[in-house]
Design a protein around this ligand. Sequence first.
Ligand SMILES: *Cc1c(COP(=O)(O)O)cnc(C)c1O
Length: 361
Amino acid sequence: MTESPPRAWAEIDRSALHHNLQVARRHSGKNIMAVIKGGAYGHGLVEIAKELDKQNLPFLGVANTGEARCLSKEGIKTRPYILGATLQSEREEIAAYGWTPCLCSFEEIEHFNQLGKNSQIEAHLALDTGMGRGGFLPPQLGEALKKLREASGIKLTGVGSHLPVADEDSVFTRKQFELFDSMVESIPGRDEKFHVHLSNSAGLLDYHSRTTNLVRPGLLIYGISPLPANQEFLKPVMTFKSRVSVINHLPKGHGVSYGRTILQRDTKAAVVGLGYGDGYPRSLSGKGASVVLNNSLCPLLGRVTMDQIIVDVTELDACHPGDEAELFGPNFLVSDLAIKAGTIPWEILTQITPRVTRIYR
Ligand SMILES: *Cc1c(COP(=O)(O)O)cnc(C)c1O
């Protein structure tokens, strides 16, 4: 007996990942820290890390020690970089494995300095140039550098900051680049091996820095542009799919799904085998979202349920049980679906649930 295939699955296109990485490299002209936090934005942490491990990147950006540990246990050679402040209870492990933390507070400097007494810890310095999520403010930089000069347990190998509005406010972001560049220029003794990084995906697409030699794209390497203008150069890595289970011919005036959305015409209604239990957002209910079925965009009908959705296929010439549906992917971008759902593509991608089988091609 063979195992039956999954109801809902996500096809992950490895060649698209490499294409997007190449776009990031060429567009920025800089080294890449690929950001793979959040289970590689729902694409599968370890599989994506293995793919990127062949690319000679200086770092893979992760959110926490759990993600870093997964990489180390799988024998990934590229260094995990912990994005954001660390908890006290995480630092011994960070030091032991040689993951790279970014130092966000005097307390972190002191603690890592102690932990590095026998074997120096390589770390970056985090600057707060507008994000307000950790890092030293401009007036604190001098004091932080002084503490680091005295901290023999820490080897400072880089400096970074983060952009809160690179896809929303170019006036602020340009000022932020200028502030960051001038702060970096005040750090003495930098050589070309010293990592200087500021840009996320939106930052690397649209802005220029005098000092950076590394960029930290996330969304972009998965083939989704934070700015619609650059989408044409990218290839979406994930296609989220399911299948039609049954087609119901329902009369005008009949209700569909919870809450009974009333049909305005006689309708051919296809049931597709996934729902919010797979990460297809319930907030899409009644928002004019579409599903790609047999190369056509078909409207979602009524509310999204946990395991099934209902799609209007009245206009399709042919639709049969077993037909594949694309919920998002190259033919219907997750960024467009996110707008309908009132959220952002980052959230939709990271909320695809574990029961969705990832299939790597
Ligand atoms: C998540 C994150 C990124 C990547 O952001 P994208 O917008 O997905 O490119 C870069 N830097 C930091 C500090 C992050 O937390």
